[in-house]
Design a protein around this ligand. Structure first.
Ligand code: MLT
Length: 409
């Protein structure tokens, strides 16, 4: 008999967005002819920009010629892309990150899910609550969660983020080895300030903890004082790894390209106190389990940083932020307490009259034919909240906003 990895039996329910898709499909099947608008999963609606498409076409032509054809690429990504990212996203902004600290991948989801493999199975994990479910689920799969008791996992340190603490948690009193921070945050749409992040960096250096910093939505930051990278914070290079993505920045959700930054100064230890550089361990992991992102896609990602690429993608992000503004205004008009949406593509609202998140999901679908994501799916502190995304088209977002503004409860 082949035995199962019993950690999988600890997972609670199905993956959040799969469950939302299942319920939406069931509703649509039962109500043919109704126009259901999705403000649910954060998937982009605008196509790849011309600068990216043209670069990918050129790369395709190169792949069709014997003289310029390429087989396997480097595990850590092509130098041209790593160099461009280091210069544009870091060095030009005064942050000393080098190209050999950057690893190209097929997505921030895979990176953030895989990175925990480098740590002991006994590592104590702290998470913002609510937060992107992948952080928790992958640690459950790896056996770090302990048992599910009274609505939470016994070994996970939950850091509640609610309207009361302005969605910004304080470092925990007890020791944690790994802390996941997401800013701008999915799902609350709020972003950590430099001062808040400095507290986390100081705490992590003091506790010799590692911060896994997901900044997949940094391109949506418009407030000039907010940090785009954790490496803008002094001390971060000895305690943090950063995850970034082209998915929401440049419409790559289906194209797949992302990167993570692992500073060479970041070390962890074995039980005997010997030190190991996470940068080398990650390369070892990637070269064993991953064969890199296609040349064509990496040329497309590189084009995001050309003057045309930057301008074209900025216009698209501005459009999504405009959608977020439209959604926020409609929610406020209908009397909801709503947050986020200014430096992020997510709007986070408090459900009315104590309705729970899944009941509100059903209500929105049945009364307004709008799909959103129940806050409780992101963690217990998300109960009584609901997430709407700004990624639909302006037309459908306007239509959804009209339905929301007329909502009575
Ligand atoms: C979301 O809706 O939270 C995102 O689309 C999920 C993801 O990026 O994997």
């Amino acid at each position: 008999m082949t035995l199962i990895n019993e950690n999988y039996l600890n997972l609670q329910g199905s993956y959040l967005f799969a469950e939302v898709a299942r319920r939406t499909a069931a509703y649509k099947a039962a109500h043919a002819g109704q126009e259901v608008i999705s403000l649910g999963i954060g998937d982009v609606s605008r196509p790849l920009v011309p600068a990216v498409v043209n670069a990918m076409k050129r790369a395709c032509d190169e792949m069709g010629q014997a003289a310029t054809f390429r087989g396997y690429g480097p595990y850590e990504g092509y130098d041209f892309l790593r160099r461009t990212i280091a210069a544009h996203d870091y060095v030009d902004r005064g942050v000393a990150i080098q190209e050999d600290e950057i690893f190209i991948s097929d997505g921030a989801k895979s990176d953030v899910a895989n990175f925990q493999e480098l740590f002991s199975s006994h590592a104590r994990v702290a998470l913002q609550d609510p937060v992107y479910p992948v952080y928790l689920d992958t640690n459950v799969m790896a056996g770090r969660s302990g048992a599910w008791k009274g609505g939470e996992f016994e070994h996970i340190i939950y850091l509640p983020c609610t309207a009361e603490n302005h969605f910004s948690p304080r470092p925990p009193q007890q020791h944690a080895d790994l802390v996941y921070l997401c800013s701008p945050n999915n799902p609350t749409g709020t972003a950590l300030t430099k001062a808040q992040l400095q507290k986390w960096v100081d705490w992590a250096n003091e506790h010799r903890a590692v911060i896994l910093y997901d900044s997949a939505y940094e391109a949506f930051i418009r407030d000039k004082d907010l940090p785009h990278s954790i490496f803008e914070i002094p001390g971060a290079q000895t305690c943090a790894v950063e995850f970034r993505s082209f998915s929401k920045t440049a419409g790559f959700t289906g194209t797949r390209c992302a990167y993570c930054v692992v500073p060479k100064a970041l070390k962890i230890e074995d039980e005997a106190g010997n030190e190991y550089a996470l940068n080398e361990l990650w390369l070892r992991r990637q070269s064993t389990k991953f064969n890199g992102v296609s040349y064509i896609v990496q040329r497309g990602a590189e084009a995001v940083f050309t003057p045309q690429g930057l301008e074209q993608t900025r216009q698209i992000i501005d459009g999504y932020l405009d959608n977020a503004r439209v959604i926020l205004e409609a929610l406020h008009k209908a009397g909801f307490a709503a947050y986020g949406g200014k430096n992020a593509p997510y709007v986070w609202l408090k459900t009315p009259q104590g309705i729970n998140s899944w009941e509100f999901f059903d209500l929105m679908l049945e009364k307004l034919q709008i799909v959103g994501t129940p806050g409780s799916g992101f963690g217990r502190a998300g109960e009584g909240y609901f997430r709407l995304t700004a990624f639909n088209t302006p037309q459908l977002t306007q239509q959804a906003a009209q339905r929301i503004a007329a909502f009575t409860f």
